[in-house]
Write a protein that binds this ligand. Structure first.
Ligand code: MG
Length: 439
């Protein structure tokens, strides 16, 4: 069985005006759906970053994919690694996400591209042998991986534009009481048992207040984490860490409070000197295996936030799990806006990691039925968990009517790259720039 065709579907998906230190989400998020056809008539699917650059990167590897066996993943990785090294030459060495949102750093393009193809190949193999993807890669550590309630400060609006606007399910949330309301709604609907707040938006004192109110409302049974995406100085990070020592204990963490491994290391030392052991988590400063050694050396990161979409796929996620276990580091999972195919990629990846210390992030509650590409509608999240279905491959198929509609939407809108700063300037403050640290 050989891969005979690569089909790439750039799509646009309505997205609410969520805020972070990067700025504000645009009315549409961009994704790419990948289909691989085989000589045996099997189609494998996956989902990855959207817009011009990720699409061009996938277009550029078609020659390496067509004619290859879906089992030949090591050979494909080696080929892409060679190209990646050539393409990265002269582009510096900052593979962090300090200044570039996930999906945009040219230095991890080969890992992202590989992941999109690897997952579609695993879907093919699963369908060929009649096994779910997580069972192909060694079996499950857990049958139904847990995800967390991912809370965002946001402006009013549910995404989309004009006649294509979505219902604003959660309303405007720009203070602590509205965030408690958002969390209650999300937990009532999905049953999440851990809570993550995207911070770096309001003054740190207001965000401290938000976390305290969440703790007061939900109690210590719901571990809390906050992620300001490097918006704080080392000093401010220490102040927040001290203020929230109780709230972030018992299964919580402080995520990317400040930029760089050196900065994170300084926060860690400062907290430890005050007897505070709140772990620091990162998806910004640690984005690849090469970052693990310096992260450990600086004691900068105690919880690695993986993501099969840019760490190089589901098998790399398993390798990372083993690394983190051996290095005494925790492991959790990062997310970006995504649809049901990615939901299943993340669920299979989480299911087959022996070492996974926290509920994974997911943006899934921020997308709607109207934008789902999975046949039969959205992947269910029950009691905060996604059950691996008893179906071969990823366990989901594409709804081609929906795919066509979202592809048409992509063609209609001018957006080709995520630019949260531009959205801030258009809607909030014409002079807004991302400044690090802001506080
Ligand atoms: Mg993060």
């Amino acid at each position: 069985m050989l891969i005979s065709e690569v089909r790439l579907h750039p799509i646009a998906v309505a997205d609410a005006p969520l805020r972070s230190s990067y700025g504000r989400h645009a009315p549409y998020a961009l994704r790419t759906i990948v289909e691989l056809k085989t000589t045996d008539g099997i189609t494998g699917i996956s989902e990855t970053y959207g817009g011009e650059r990720p699409l061009a990167a996938l277009e550029a590897v078609k020659d390496l994919v067509i004619g290859r066996s879906p089992w030949d993943l090591t050979g494909f990785w080696m080929k892409l690694g060679e190209r990646g090294a050539r393409e990265a030459a002269g582009k510096g060495d900052d593979r962090s996400q300090t200044y570039l949102v996930p999906g945009e750093n040219p230095l991890d393009q080969h890992a992202r591209t590989f992941a999109a193809i690897e997952v579609a190949c695993l879907d093919i193999i699963g369908k060929a042998v009649g096994l779910p993807v997580c069972d192909l890669t060694g079996g499950r550590a857990r049958p139904a991986p847990a995800f967390s309630a991912y809370l965002f400060y946001k402006h009013g609006g549910g995404g989309g534009m004009g006649g294509d606007a979505r219902q604003d399910e959660y309303g405007e949330c720009l203070d602590a009481p509205s965030m408690v309301r958002q969390c209650k709604q999300m937990i009532a609907k999905y049953g999440f048992e851990e809570i993550k707040l995207k911070g770096g938006v309001l003054d740190p004192d207001q965000e401290i207040d938000t976390i305290r109110r969440l703790r007061a409302e939900f109690g210590p049974k719901y571990p809390l984490r906050i992620d300001p995406n490097c918006a704080w100085s080392v000093e401010t990070s220490l102040k927040v860490g001290e203020s929230l020592v109780e709230e972030l204990s018992g299964g919580g963490y402080l995520e990317d409070p400040t930029a760089s491994l050196e900065g994170m290391g300084a926060v860690r030392r400062g907290l430890l000197s005050k007897g505070i052991e709140t772990p620091l988590a990162s998806n910004v400063a640690t984005t690849c295996f090469e970052h693990l050694h310096p992260a450990r050396n600086h004691d900068a990161v105690q919880v690695v936030l993986s993501d099969p979409h840019y760490w190089g796929g589901i098998r790399n996620q398993q390798h990372l799990s083993r690394f983190c276990e051996a290095l005494g580091m925790g492991l959790s999972m990062h997310s970006n806006n995504h649809l049901g195919v990615s939901m299943m990629i993340m669920a299979h990846a989480a299911a087959c990691c022996q070492h996974l210390s926290y509920a994974c992030d997911t943006h899934y509650p921020w997308q709607t039925d109207q934008d789902e590409v999975v046949l039969g509608g959205r992947v269910p999240i029950v009691n905060g968990r996604v059950e691996i279905p008893d179906k071969p491959g990823l366990g989901v198929e594409l709804d081609y009517d929906q795919l066509g509609r979202l592809a048409e939407l992509y063609r209609k809108i001018p957006l080709r790259r995520r630019d949260d700063e531009a959205e801030m300037r258009q809607h909030v403050d014409p002079n807004w720039r991302r400044v690090l640290p802001r506080w």
